[in-house]
Ligand binder design. Structure first.
Ligand code: AHR
Length: 316
C-alpha cells in the first residue's frame, strides 16, 4: 500500500514537472523607458521565483531583431515565448512558425494585428481606455477654458501610440475649446520627448500658446518638463502635463508641481503571463485571449511622495 502511494506520488510529481514550462524565451523591445526597464526586471524576478529559465533577448527597438530572436527560440525548442512587439504589424510569418513548432506565444503589453489563433493570449491594458482617462482628466480640469494641446506620441506604428492617440481624441471630442495643435513622435524616450518639446515651444511662442502637454508615456513627459524649464516655462502651471505609465520619476515631478496627472500601467505583465502558461501546460486550459490589467489615474492629490516611495525600488 505504502509503495503504491509512493509510486502514485512520484507519477504526479513527474507529470506536473513535465507540464511546467522549463525554458521560456522573452523577446523584449529594448530599454527605451523606465517602465520598460521595470517590466524586464519583474519578468526576470517572476521567472526566477517559478524556477523558469528565461532566455532574454533585447531587440534594441528593431522588429527584425525580434523576429530573429523568435526564430532562434524556436530552433532551441523553448517551451514558450513571451513577445513584447515593438510595432503592431508584420508578425504573421514568425507567429505561424511558432505555431507550427507547437510553441505557445504570449504577447506582453502591446498588441499585433495578426489573427488571434497565432498566439495563446495577450496580457496588457486597454490602451484606448488609457488615452481616454488622460483626455477626460484634461476635459474635467480645463472646463470651458480654451486649451491648445501638444501631443508627444510613442513609437510610430506601435499599438500604444495608435491607441493612446485614439483614446485621447475620443475624450476631447465634442469639447471644441480643446484642440491638439501639434503632434509628433518622441519614440517613448526622454531624449525624444525633450527634443520634440523644444521644437513645439519654439513654434508656439516659446510656450505662450500651449495650455497642456499630453505625452504617451511618462519618460517623454519628463524630457519635455526639462525642455520647458530650460525655456523658462513653468510645467504643471503654465502648461498642464498629463501622461501614462506611473513611473517613480513622474510622481517626483508631481510632488514638485511639475506634472499633473498620470495613468498607471503595471509593469508586471509576466505574472499573469506565466500563470496562463502554467495552466495551459498543466492541463490545456485555454486562457482568455486578452488578460487585461488596470488603468488607474493619479493626480497631485494622490500623495505623489508616497507613490514615489512605494515604487522607487521596483526596477524602474
Ligand atoms: O507598451 C507600453 C509602453 O512602452 C509604455 O507605456 C512605454 O513607456 C513603453 O516604452
Amino acid at each position: 500500500m505504502m509503495i503504491k502511494t509512493l509510486l502514485a506520488t512520484a507519477a504526479v510529481v513527474t507529470l506536473s514537472t513535465a507540464a511546467q514550462a522549463q525554458t521560456i524565451g522573452f523577446s523584449q523591445i529594448g530599454s527605451e523607458s523606465g517602465w520598460r526597464a521595470a517590466e524586464t526586471t519583474l519578468t526576470r524576478q517572476q521567472a526566477e521565483e517559478r524556477g523558469i529559465t528565461l532566455q532574454f533577448s533585447d531587440a534594441q527597438q528593431r522588429q527584425e531583431n525580434q523576429i530573429a530572436a523568435i526564430r532562434s527560440f524556436i530552433a532551441q525548442g523553448v517551451d514558450a515565448i513571451l513577445l513584447a512587439p515593438v510595432v503592431a504589424t508584420g508578425w504573421d510569418s514568425v507567429l505561424e512558425e511558432a505555431k507550427e513548432a507547437e510553441i505557445p506565444v504570449v504577447l506582453l503589453d502591446r498588441q499585433v494585428d495578426s489573427s488571434e489563433d497565432l498566439y495563446l493570449t495577450a496580457v496588457g491594458s486597454d490602451l484606448v481606455h488609457e488615452g481616454e482617462v488622460a483626455g477626460q482628466w484634461l476635459v474635467d480640469t480645463v472646463g470651458e477654458d480654451e486649451c491648445r494641446v501638444v501631443e508627444l506620441q510613442g513609437t510610430t506604428g506601435s499599438s500604444p501610440a495608435i491607441d493612446r492617440k485614439t483614446g485621447f481624441e475620443n475624450a476631447i471630442e465634442g469639447h471644441d475649446n480643446i484642440e491638439i495643435v501639434r503632434s509628433q513622435t518622441g519614440d517613448f524616450t526622454r531624449t525624444g520627448g525633450k527634443e520634440v518639446m523644444e521644437s513645439f515651444l519654439q513654434a508656439e511662442g516659446g510656450g505662450e500658446n500651449i495650455c497642456a502637454l499630453y505625452a504617451h508615456n511618462d519618460d517623454m513627459a519628463i524630457g519635455a518638463i526639462q525642455a520647458m524649464k530650460e525655456a523658462g516655462v513653468n510645467p504643471g502651471e503654465d502648461v498642464l502635463v498629463v501622461s501614462i505609465d506611473a513611473v517613480p520619476d513622474i510622481f517626483q515631478a508631481m510632488a514638485n508641481g511639475d506634472a499633473n496627472a498620470t495613468v498607471e500601467l503595471t509593469p508586471n505583465m509576466a505574472g499573469p503571463a506565466f500563470d496562463a502558461l502554467e495552466a495551459y501546460m498543466a492541463d490545456g486550459t485555454e486562457p482568455e485571449k486578452f488578460i487585461q490589467t488596470e488603468s488607474k489615474l493619479y493626480t497631485q492629490d494622490d500623495n505623489p511622495e508616497a507613490e514615489y516611495e512605494a515604487r522607487k525600488d521596483l526596477g524602474y
